[in-house]
Design a protein around this ligand. Structure first.
Ligand code: SF4
Ligand code: SF4
Length: 187
């Protein structure tokens, strides 16, 4: 077969000596390296018991937001899906019915909302595009899995816990984030 470059070199394999065939020297060298590392500071941590502090600009798993009364903020306008460079977001809009004012903040809401985390590049453009403070990227990872379909997160998986019904879980999910409606009540 003709070579594309002249960088390939023929390597001559030397026969192993008696000592090399015993492998004792190689094992001893390996053990010595292992022993030296026992006393060094470990670069790894016992995740998930221990967690590294995140950078303040870290962008993780998405959260669909609610207002202080627990109503879903999303009005299914589709701006996040249009802004998404990875086309990871899909949704179906529905009209709020009479009696559902406590569930949805706006007259239109997302009956279905999905994000494909395998497509997502965690750029945060969906959060920037949202006029309703309805989506943000939290400090949580998408957990590992063996099946691709597990990475398509539906609305129930993305929704933040109810602030009135589950205040502790809501606080935990919110973390250090200040809801934008507190900064700008007009949202
Ligand atoms: S973070 Fe970026 S890639 Fe991921 S869903 Fe939002 S806009 Fe799309
Ligand atoms: S998350 Fe925001 S941008 Fe996306 S559909 Fe809902 S309201 Fe619109």
């Amino acid at each position: 077969m003709q070579a594309l470059t002249n960088r390939a070199k023929q390597v001559e394999r030397q026969p192993m000596s008696f000592l090399e065939r015993l492998y004792l020297v190689a094992i001893f060298k390996g053990m010595l390296i292992t022993f030296r590392h026992i006393f060094k500071k470990k670069p790894t941590i016992n995740y998930p018991e221990k967690k590294r502090p995140f950078s303040p600009v870290f962008r993780g798993l998405h959260i669909l937001n609610r207002d202080a009364e627990g109503r879903e903020n999303c009005t299914a306008c589709g701006l996040c899906a249009v802004a998404c460079p990875a086309e990871a977001i899909t949704m179906e809009a529905a009209e709020r019915q009479e009696g559902e004012e406590g569930l949805y903040k706006e007259e239109k809401y997302a009956a279905k909302y999905e994000i494909n985390m395998l497509r997502c590049i965690f750029c945060g453009l969906c959060e920037d595009a949202c006029p309703k403070d309805a989506i943000y990227l939290s400090e949580t990872f998408a957990p590992a899995d063996y099946q691709r379909k597990q990475f398509i997160y539906n609305k129930q998986e993305l929704l933040i816990p109810h602030p009135v019904k589950e205040p502790e879980a809501y606080k935990k999910a919110l973390g250090n984030r200040v809801p934008r409606e507190k900064i700008n009540p007009a949202i």
